[in-house]
Write a protein that binds this ligand. Structure first.
Ligand SMILES: Cc1ncc(COP(=O)(O)O)c(C=O)c1O
Length: 399
């Protein structure tokens, strides 16, 4: 019994080292015992919205894209913070994501950016006061049928495919959809939008914009009142002409950018940091293999620390033998394969690392910082995928 108590005490001692005590701050009210967590800084998110707003003022409104659990940052608190900071609408990818926000008390307009199918599910969007995107004539007819059944005029945004090749009506079909919508009292065209495929490519973006404006000009000639929107984070920064009535940033809201070349144009701060703690330490001699398949073998006597994070948390396997973690303010290389639940780091040069020490996977420690972009480079992917990929198993803590 005595031993058990001692063990518990020692464990809590380990997790309580450092300034934060995130296991008490888990935002869904629960606690967690494995010391691996992501910190979400909502002040930074609010500041990012203000910076975006400074860039698009005075004309354009902001729709904050909070799909995919706010790019892995936790949709509900991020949505609330974005609205509090001046965003006027939210974008999600599915009815489910929209319902989560409505259940959390969000009253602001929510646009479902994904294409709703089967069409019968459009009635679920309507029921939950979620604005559907219509990207086909078939979808429009179905929405009108639901409107007729409910005796209501149902708002929607029309999606025009100007070069993304994903979902949306071709510009000529969009024009016939607009004519149809204008003639029917069961639907109300609240918005028309498109999505850029390569916002760093000025020429192609301008071409997409031109096709899009031909459609919106047609709708204007019919004296329709609607919100025209196109700009994602990339276009927001690179091409003012794309701002129109509303911008639709996702990545920038979280303090990240699609291209580092645009860094100077806006003051953004990352919202997410990813942290863990050393749970096991060992001193090993030279020639000791580490992790599956022995892809790393120590070249000298080494101090190896084990961190409780792995590919099941979204710490990608492609980071094996490439990534670094910050411990004691020093960069410590990930050695050997990333496993499902754990990674090993070489802390030989970090000086005095002990069990319980905080390790920063993403974010700042001391004077150094590991950015999402840097991790994306190590993993040969993009910052979007790193952020969205941090799995639900990692508790998010609001700081
Ligand atoms: C339709 C649509 N609009 C806006 C965005 C936001 O893009 P970004 O995160 O590049 O700002 C996305 C994201 O993929 C999207 O699919």
């Amino acid at each position: 019994m005595k031993n058990k108590k001692q063990l518990l005490f020692r464990r809590s001692e380990i997790v309580c080292q450092g300034s934060a005590e995130p296991w008490r701050g888990h935002s869904d009210g629960g606690s967690f015992y494995r010391p691996t967590w992501a910190e979400i800084n909502l002040q930074n998110l609010k500041q990012n919205i203000k910076s975006i707003s400074g860039l698009v003022k005075p004309r354009a409104k902001i729709l904050a894209v909070v799909k995919a659990n706010a790019y892995g940052h936790m949709a509900l608190p991020c949505a609330k913070a974005a609205l509090a900071a001046g965003a006027s609408a939210l974008g999600v990818s599915s009815i489910e994501e929209g319902i989560t926000l409505r259940r959390g008390g969000i009253k602001a307009p929510i646009l479902i950016l994904g294409s709703i199918f089967p069409f019968v599910n459009l009635s679920l969007a309507v029921k939950n006061n979620l604005t559907p995107t219509i990207s086909s004539l078939q979808g429009l007819a179905e929405l009108a049928r639901i409107g007729a059944r409910l005796g209501k005029r149902l708002p929607f945004h029309l999606k025009v495919d100007t070069g993304m090749g994903r979902v949306g009506l071709t510009p000529s079909s969009a024009i016939s959809a607009i004519e149809k919508a204008a003639a029917r009292k069961e639907v109300s065209l609240e918005g028309i939008y498109t999505h850029f495929s390569s916002s760093l490519d000025r020429e192609f973006t301008d071409l997409q914009l031109e096709k899009f404006l031909a459609v919106t000009n047609f709708a204007k000639k019919l004296k329709l009142k609607f919100t025209a929107h196109a700009a994602n984070s990339g276009a927001l920064l690179t091409n003012k002409k794309t701002h129109l009535d509303m911008v639709r940033p996702g990545l920038a809201v979280y303090g990240l950018l699609p291209f580092e070349t645009e860094k100077q144009k806006i003051n953004l701060s990352p919202v997410l940091s990813w942290k863990t703690r050393v749970v096991f330490m060992k001193r090993v001699p030279a020639k000791t293999p580490i992790s599956y398949d022995r892809t790393f073998v120590t070249g000298r006597s080494s101090l190896i620390a084990t961190l409780p994070v792995g590919y099941a948390d979204g710490y990608l396997r492609s980071l094996s033998n490439k990534a670094e973690a910050l411990i004691n303010g020093r960069r410590c290389p990930v050695v050997g394969r990333v496993t499902m639940d754990m990674i090993m780091v070489d802390v030989t040069k970090a000086g005095g690392v002990s069990i319980g020490a905080e390790a920063v996977l993403l974010g700042a420690q001391g004077s150094d910082n590991i950015s999402v972009e840097e991790m994306a480079r190590w993993a040969n992917t993009i910052n979007y995928e790193i952020a969205c990929g941090i799995s639900a198993r990692v508790p998010r803590v609001i700081v």
